[in-house]
Design a protein around this ligand. Structure first.
Ligand code: AP5
Length: 217
């Protein structure tokens, strides 16, 4: 059982945040809040939020801070977050980190741990460009590291597997550039607050998950 439950997963695109967040969410009964997943769902449904986010998501840029922070703020106020949460992909800028701190203070909460997923650039690009996702249930596979039993077909629900448009090599490289420029400054920010723990997320899923559990003990 983990001791730390109010969590942020920080790491470059393809570091495995979503994969390990899904594993931890199941094991520890925590809500997995992925801002990327929320934007993709809103875009698919054609909502106003999805329309506003579209241009940023497809180009590999970041959605404006206030828009993301408001969305996360209302999600954290939901009853299922009362005993903890996994924030996957938020915050991604220093202003977002400040807005998160204000939101949590406002509801009498604070972060317990920020986990930094460390992976080499070469492996990030291999993972991103080989990732395939189920259109129906969102399960994630990888042509190189964890292929589905039947090509193009989800093991869990039989849905169609597709490549995210932002996983093309050019857009993946742009996302890594944006990470280095806008998100990497969060590492010293959380280090100074004594919240940061690093894990080797370049290992296979089982070993990376064990490393995660150790820093959340
Ligand atoms: P988002 O969806 O959050 O993308 P990301 O941060 O770029 O993260 P990814 O989903 O690409 O990677 P991941 O670390 O979750 O890796 P995964 O587990 O899938 O955001 C998309 C866009 O939304 C952004 O570009 C931006 O426009 C917008 N956005 C989102 N949040 C925002 C915010 N806060 N502010 C502003 N804009 C925001 O793994 C990758 C692959 O590797 C998979 O195929 C997986 O199977 C495989 N894999 C993972 N771990 C392992 C392992 N240990 N061993 C082998 N294979 C592995």
């Amino acid at each position: 059982m983990i001791g730390k439950r109010n969590l942020v997963f920080l790491g470059a695109p393809g570091a495995g945040k979503g994969t390990l967040a899904a594993m931890l969410a199941e094991q520890a009964a925590l809500p997995h809040i992925s801002t990327g997943d929320i934007f993709r769902a809103e875009m698919k449904q054609g909502t106003e939020l999805g329309r506003q986010a579209q241009q940023y998501v497809t180009s590999g840029g970041l959605v404006p801070d206030q828009l993301v922070a408001a969305m996360v703020g209302s999600r954290l106020a939901q009853p299922d977050c009362a005993s903890g949460f996994i924030l996957d992909g938020f915050p991604r800028t220093l202003p977002q980190a400040d807005l998160l701190e204000q939101t949590l203070t406002g509801i009498g909460r604070r972060l317990d741990r920020v986990v930094l997923f460390e992976v080499t650039r070469e492996l990030l690009l291999q993972r991103l460009t080989a990732r395939i996702v189920c259109r129906a249930c969102g399960a994630t596979f990888n042509r190189m590291f964890s292929p589905p039993r039947k090509p193009g077909c989800c093991d869990q629900c039989g849905g169609e597997l597709y490549q995210r448009p932002d996983d093309s090599l050019a857009t993946a490289e742009e996302r890594l550039r944006v990470f280095a420029e806008q998100t990497a400054p969060l590492v010293p920010y959380y280090e100074q607050r004594g919240l940061l723990a690093r894990i080797d997320a370049g290992a296979d899923k089982a070993d990376s998950f064990q490393a995660l559990l150790q820093v959340l003990a």
